[in-house]
Design a protein around this ligand. Structure first.
Ligand code: DI6
Ligand code: FE
Length: 405
């Protein structure tokens, strides 16, 4: 990370600006970027650089590839404990839903997370955050949802905020109180939703800990009607919504999210044509999570062709979590999105930059290399942006540039 210089130019680089509408990847060969007070003021071909920038301090990037810093727009990075034993059970034949019903799954992480202090949560999450940063991430979304009571959800969100202060990275927090039914509310899901809406959400929002609100709308999560209540409360509090939708079954969650002008609907393996239309009309981003698909050995693919055809922007994220996607590699998520879901490498990179920014409400701020956006860049030892999706298990990052204020 470089501190925000007053004025700075980076030159001699190939820029995958990810600006839509022009060349693939918004590619500019032999380009340069000028930034002032942490914001990009100009980006283009070196030969076209206006003379006023030639006197600014400059760094030669030796012909490397520059992209926007990556954005991981869906993670559950903060939690305690691990679930390797469940992995073994699944390999012996138990399904994710069976394990969940037997008291394993999300609830086992809730137990460990409730028992952990804030410092412990930070300490456990930091290596995971560092792994994302090491692959060029400049923005990471972090959800709560393993606390499921006011105190524990608060600890998770505070830990997430602290992580963003400890490292040069933008952390966006998401309140996922409606992730699973805590044991003491067994058989009383509506009473738990009351608690989420009437106590937890207003308190945590009031403390500035919540950038967006999410829920797990699923047979093993919450119903469409319960999710609606969560969204209505979020709307009253002025908070944007997003949803774990259509992962294991079709609950009409994506259409519900679109109805509330939601930022994103995530997973979407069981998304219907109605859901796609609603998302397209509302501009809701489809966040694809191939790590969970891979790890659960899912067979049902998200309807990528139909999403593309409908013009729904697609993002790609790690879903980093202990149960269904213990992955901390945005580059691997991109490779999986191509190999498993059929995205093009250009779509995969848009998925971790421009469209991921939109999924977090950060368009115009991050995710493309353009005047007005923050100078948040990833510099790669690569010749062409397709290389980022092509290789796996290899990290070509040379450096990140994060000129946050
Ligand atoms: N869907 C997921 O894939 C994760 N949460 C969710 O709502 C799984 C979380 C876990 O198993 O711990
Ligand atoms: Fe998730």
């Amino acid at each position: 990370m470089s501190q925000a210089q007053a004025r700075q130019v980076w030159r001699n680089a190939n820029l995958a600006t990810m600006n839509p509408g022009g060349a693939p990847y918004g590619l500019i060969e032999n380009g340069a970027i000028a930034a002032e007070a942490g914001r990009i003021v100009w980006a283009g071909a070196s030969d076209d650089m206006p003379g006023e920038y030639s006197g600014w301090a400059s760094e030669n990037l030796d012909g490397r590839l520059v992209t926007p810093a990556l954005i991981d727009c869906h993670t559950h990075l903060v939690y305690a404990g691990g679930r390797a034993r469940e992995f073994e059970m699944r390999l012996e034949g138990a399904s994710y839903e069976e394990i969940s019903k037997a008291g394993g799954g999300i609830r086992s992480t809730v137990k460990a997370t409730r028992a952990a202090g804030e410092d412990e949560l930070v300490e456990a999450a930091l290596p995971r955050l560092d792994a994302l940063i090491a692959e060029g991430a400049g923005t990471v979304e972090i959800k709560s949802g393993y606390g499921l009571d006011l105190e524990s959800e608060r600890r998770m969100l505070r830990a997430a905020r602290r992580l963003g202060e400890m490292r040069p990275v933008r952390v966006c927090t998401t309140f996922l109180g409606a992730h699973a039914l805590p044991e003491d509310y067994e058989g009383r899901p509506d009473a738990y939703i009351d608690l989420v809406c009437e106590e937890m959400m207003p308190a945590l929002a009031g403390e500035g800990l919540v950038d967006a609100v999410d829920a797990f709308c699923e047979r093993i999560g919450f119903t469409n009607a319960q999710t609606r209540r969560v969204f209505e409360k979020a709307k009253k509090l002025g908070l944007p919504v997003k949803l774990h939708a259509e992962q294991l079954s079709d609950q009409d969650g994506a259409a519900l999210t679109a109805e509330f002008g939601g930022l994103s609907a995530d997973h979407l393996e069981h998304l219907s044509e109605t859901g796609i239309k609603a998302m397209a009309a509302a501009g809701t981003v489809a966040v694809l999570l191939p790590g969970a698909f891979y790890f659960l050995k899912d067979e049902r693919l998200p309807p990528v062709d139909a999403l593309r055809e409908a013009g729904v922007p697609m993002a790609v994220a790690t879903d980093s979590n202990p149960g269904t996607s213990p992955m901390t590699s945005p580059l691997l998520a991109m490779n999986m999105a191509c190999v498993l879901f059929g995205l093009t490498p250009e779509e995969a990179l848009a998925g971790t930059t421009r469209n991921a920014a939109k999924a977090l409400g950060l368009q115009g701020e991050a995710g493309i290399i353009a005047p007005g956006c923050r100078a948040e860049l990833a510099v790669w030892n690569a010749d062409h942006p397709a290389e980022l999706s092509y290789r796996f298990g290899f990290n070509p990052l040379h450096a990140r540039i994060m000129q946050t204020p």
